[in-house]
Ligand binder design. Structure first.
Ligand SMILES: [Zn+2]
Ligand SMILES: [Zn+2]
Length: 276
């Protein structure tokens, strides 16, 4: 029997005869259920519909693993490669043999993790393929919809590999995290943020959301929590949850300025009546 996959969020559920009655992730206020009702799919159905893995070299040491066409929320995973093993971050709900082969050729997988429950995706399939540890923020671990023995929980910060650290930021979910990758951006450092920090289309700002599809903002204390969590780390670049946009340079300064502007809007300290 195949694992059931929620067609809206891409999360995997246990392989049972019938799909579950609902997707707990999409029933939550941060996600959404189609007005026509919950839909389920499987890896075989997605392959038959023409989905294929999409593997791209992004910068030295970083490989993107997405699906073409994209599946569900459409995030592309990131494989951070080090001399002591690799970490897979935010894997999409779809994977195929070509993606697994690409990771095998890149040295396999030590651990798989995600920024938050919307992007747990195919973590369990990846863990099984490589015997890789699943790392989940303790605060969100209850959202794993396909429970597995290989789960290790963490909170605060977790060094995973040399120069690769998980940092709990909270906000969108209590366990929302980023990866700090010290060797990224030619040694300037990079953050992999999923939607813990959203990069905006002009690639010159970032923003924050409690719910992206339902357009609900993140409260000020949570925005400040994100900023405080990443303050100790040098970084020049931010990779969000999708192939683009990418905040390519000056990311620390852009993050600080974007957060201050966002908080001005939360507080109503801006003209909204046509004034200058
Ligand atoms: Zn769902
Ligand atoms: Zn999300």
């Amino acid at each position: 029997m195949p694992a059931w996959i929620c067609a809206t969020c891409g999360n995997h559920y246990p392989d049972t005869g019938e799909p579950p009655p609902a997707c707990v992730i999409c029933a939550d206020e941060r996600q959404w259920v189609p007005s026509s009702g919950q839909r389920w799919t499987t890896l075989a159905d997605l392959s038959a519909a023409g989905h294929r893995s999409d593997v791209r070299e992004i910068e030295p040491g970083l490989t993107g693993i997405g699906a073409d066409p994209p599946v569900a929320i459409g995030q592309r995973g990131l494989l951070v490669r080090t001399g002591e093993g690799n970490l897979l971050w935010d894997p999409p709900g779809f994977l195929d043999e070509a993606a697994v082969s690409a990771v095998r050729e890149a040295g396999g997988l030590r651990a798989v993790t995600a920024s938050h429950p919307h992007f747990y995706g195919s973590m369990v399939e990846w863990s099984r393929a490589f015997g890789a540890e699943i790392l989940l923020a303790d605060a969100d671990a209850g959202w794993l919809t396909r429970p597995e023995a290989a789960v290790t929980t963490w909170s605060g910060t977790l060094p995973v590999l040399p120069g690769v650290t998980l940092v709990q930021c909270g906000g969108h979910f209590p366990g929302s995290a980023v990866v700090h990758w010290a060797d990224g951006a030619d040694g300037g450092g990079a953050l992999l943020t999923g939607d813990t920090i959203f990069v905006t289309p002009g690639e010159d700002r970032v923003t924050f959301v409690w719910s992206a599809p339902n357009r609900l903002p993140l409260p000020e204390r949570a925005v400040r929590g994100v900023i405080d969590a990443v303050r100790p780390y040098p970084f020049e670049r931010i990779y969000g949850g999708w192939w683009t946009p990418v905040l390519r340079r000056d990311a620390r300064q852009v993050l600080a300025a974007s957060a201050e502007r966002y908080i001005e809007f939360l507080r109503g300290e801006v003209p909204v009546d046509g004034g200058g």
